[in-house]
Design a protein around this ligand. Sequence first.
Ligand SMILES: CC(C)(COP(=O)(O)OP(=O)(O)OC[C@H]1O[C@@H](n2cnc3c(N)ncnc32)[C@H](O)[C@@H]1OP(=O)(O)O)[C@@H](O)C(=O)NCCC(=O)NCCS
Length: 146
Amino acid sequence: MDFDINYMNLSDLKNIKDILASKFDDFWSYSILTDELTSKNSIYFVAKSNQEIVGFAGIKIILDEAEIMNIVTKKDCRNQGIGRLLLKRLLLEAQNKSIKKVNLEVNEENEIAIHLYEKFGFIQNGKRKNYYNYQNAILMSKKLEK
Ligand SMILES: CC(C)(COP(=O)(O)OP(=O)(O)OC[C@H]1O[C@@H](n2cnc3c(N)ncnc32)[C@H](O)[C@@H]1OP(=O)(O)O)[C@@H](O)C(=O)NCCC(=O)NCCS
């Protein structure tokens, strides 16, 4: 399958409003994502296959660093390379904006995401206990080359 990656806008989010929790991920709510998409510091991308939204991801820029806020592939489209494409695009955007370091937090149980981040050169550099209710978060970061 071919996937296109483009900047995400509010109409993309509205398109998936009713299936956001059930078919993507229940971690982020529609209202938080609306705030994210309208924030001038956030940049989101959407992955589409034949006009269908199959994933999205975003970063928030804080001075010369960026935080990965979200990366999610539609449940029935996982393990087809969409997460990799989205992460690659986020990192390219960060590089283009002269970001020096990209940070993120990930649930320590989320082996698939940790594997994805490590494949892209993120290094584990801390832990936040009980960050997700009773589960710990791993802090990861990647320095970007000039
Ligand atoms: C993490 C996530 C975005 C990965 O998306 P994806 O589109 O499935 O990822 P890809 O197909 O690009 O695969 C990325 C890597 O994960 C591996 N992977 C994906 N699904 C897997 C599975 N079910 N079991 C084992 N490995 C898996 C792939 O093999 C690939 O590794 P490789 O490059 O060594 O082959 C997706 O699992 C997801 O949406 N999870 C829920 C939201 C989430 O946890 N986000 C991350 C924290 S914000």
